[in-house]
Design a protein around this ligand. Structure first.
Ligand code: ATP
Ligand code: MG
Length: 553
């Protein structure tokens, strides 16, 4: 761990160099999501990386919606994205921007290129443009419209803006090099006609800039120094540099690429999450089985656990994929000292203490977290009838089973030793009651040392248990088959959600949305913010207590 915190990632090395050489004298980063869906764990990495760099170098971090493609963008997504970034703790202060606020400047920039003879209006269809572009092994062919005069281009571009053409009829292209080995430099389209209302600018514009043209302008306008993006833009960097150079920005920003974060056997792409939401496989973008940030929050992950996770992942220059178990490791680490350890019985069966006085209730002290005294203690009612986990009793125990079976004695956590005397079954052979006797001498905290028992089980008092729905999750994806099929469909695990009707100890009565707890032996659980009702809480299992993950040395 210590190594990770002292050694610098390759982006920091580049930034150090830029600062030392005087290329920049400050660090200004941004996070530029397109508001066409919810953010996911991969975006969290980008957010925390950009925000973290600004903080580390005493610089600034901008929040900017890259909303230049009106067809897929919606205000619902803008609001959700803001909420998620705030929750993660990345603070943009007063620097919240929309690329669409710069449409006039982008238009002016295009005019500037036309005037410099560096852009032209082209009448080829999309299909023709593709054919003229050539291939990786063959150079492209000049468009017949490539040599239009500056005046003609200015007039035509203005007509484009004024709505004289239909979608696709004309485009504005950068005039670069149709023989460039880099396909992105073969006179890329920089403006297109789209008669579509925009979520922010309404019907003011019917032409919209292309991403590769818009993005460097957005960065330059905001004074971004390091424009950090993912690897798929590496081949676009020459175009990025061309745009800022030709537009003669005094402080050109610099693009640096890093590898996307992927989780093995987990759906991360926005497009695919959207599909699962739209076809009803999951119940919304915040379904706890997803790894959207909203889903992780609803499931009970904390910002701290996600921060820890992205730090553990590091920043790489080559593509890789990380195990979900690492994310689970992080949330366990974060919660284990911070949360109370409560008793909840997920699959209840009655336990009756035959020698305990009927109608009597006593209150037993229980530390909330033995490893963290600051969390205090609570009192749990105890009486003749309790609930225990069905799996904690067996009529015929297998080897090494130390829990309840006829004749065996166990410790009830925070309470007494009980010895199993008998049990009752229904007509289907299911156990309905386990009968025990208790030994009053063995009360927890009394210092009893007369004999030892090998098993300790948890319980909930029947008198005042709270009924709650508890949801246990498995991977949404069938791990045997992998995530995607060739036809773009996904392999869904039909058993990814299991619902239990649990009994909880009464102290959980006042648990509020997003509160989380350890349920001893069963895992960490969080109150579901969407489906819980007053007096009828629903708990999501965040993670079980068992771990298969080992921190790499
Ligand atoms: P997706 O591929 O999931 O649809 P996207 O890249 O289209 O995501 P944007 O809104 O364009 O989504 O992304 C905003 C920023 O987040 C970009 O800078 C992008 O590079 C970064 N980003 C997206 N996915 C990941 C990821 N898996 N890991 C790290 N950064 C990512
Ligand atoms: Mg995108």
């Amino acid at each position: 761990m210590e190594n990770e915190t002292v050694s610098k990632n390759f982006i920091e090395v580049e930034i150090d160099k830029d600062l030392a050489e005087g290329v920049y004298d400050t660090v200004h980063t941004r996070f530029p999501p397109e508001p066409n869906g919810y953010l996911h764990i991969g975006h969290a990495k980008s957010i925390l990386l950009n925000y973290g760099l600004a903080k580390k170098y005493g610089g600034k971090f901008n929040m900017r919606f890259d909303d230049t493609n009106p067809t897929k963008e919606r205000t619902e997504f803008v609001d959700a994205i803001k909420r998620d970034i705030q929750w993660l703790g990345a603070d943009w202060e007063d620097r919240l921007f929309f690329a669409s606020d710069y449409f006039q400047q982008m238009y002016d920039a295009a005019v500037k290129l036309i005037r410099k003879g560096k852009a032209y209006v082209c009448d080829l269809t999309a299909e023709e443009i593709r054919t003229y572009r050539g291939t990786l092994t063959e150079p492209g062919k000049d468009s017949p419209y490539r040599n239009r005069s500056v005046e003609e281009n200015l007039a035509l571009f203005e007509n484009m803006k004024n709505g004289q053409y239909k979608d696709g009829e004309k485009v504005l292209r950068a005039k670069i090099d149709m023989a460039s080995p880099n396909m992105n430099m073969r006179d890329p389209v920089i403006y297109r006609v789209a008669h579509t209302s925009h979520h922010n600018t309404g019907d003011t514009w019917c032409i919209y800039p292309m991403y590769d043209f818009a993005h460097p302008i957005e960065d330059a306008i905001e004074g971004i120094t390091h424009s950090i993006c993912t690897l798929e833009f590496e081949d676009h960097r020459p175009l990025y540099d061309w745009v800022v150079r030709e537009l003669e920005y005094p402080h050109p920003p610099r693009q640096i690429e890093f590898a996307k974060l992927y989780l093995t056997n987990v759906v991360t792409g926005k497009r695919y999450i959207k599909k699962l939401v739209e076809d009803g496989t999951v119940d919304g973008w915040d379904d706890p089985r997803l790894v959207s940030i909203a889903a992780l929050r609803r499931r009970g992950f904390t910002p701290e656990s996600i921060q820890m996770f992205v730090e553990l992942c590091g920043v790489a220059k080559s593509q890789g994929s990380v195990d979900y178990a690492m994310l689970e490791y992080c949330i366990r680490e974060d919660l284990k000292m911070k949360r109370s350890r409560m008793m909840a019985v997920l699959d209840p069966v009655k336990l009756i203490i035959d020698n305990y006085p009927e109608g009597e209730v006593e209150y037993l002290d229980a530390a909330n977290n033995l490893e963290n005294e600051a969390l205090g203690s609570r009192r749990i009612p105890f009486g003749r009838e309790l609930y225990i986990e069905r799996e904690d009793f067996m009529e015929v125990p297998p080897k090494k089973y130390f829990r309840l079976f006829p004749g065996n004695e166990v410790r009830l956590m925070h309470a007494y030793f009980v010895k199993c005397e008998s049990f009752v079954k229904d007509e289907n052979g299911n156990v309905t009651e386990v009968h025990c006797t208790y030994d009053p001498e063995t009360k927890a905290g009394s210092g009893f040392s007369g004999r030892k028992v090998k098993g300790t089980i948890h319980w909930v008092p029947a008198c005042c248990a709270i009924d709650a729905e508890v949801r246990l999750y498995e991977n949404l994806i069938d791990e045997e088959k992998g995530v995607y099929n060739e036809d773009g469909t996904m392999n869904i695990n039909p058993d990814s959600l299991k619902i239990m009707q649990a009994k909880l100890e009464p102290a959980l009565k006042d648990a509020k949305a997003y509160d989380s707890f350890q349920f001893v032996r069963n895992g960490f659980f969080c109150v579901d913010a969407k489906d819980s009702q007053e007096g009828a809480p629903v708990f999501n299992r965040i993670v079980s207590l068992k771990s298969s993950f080992k921190l790499p040395k």
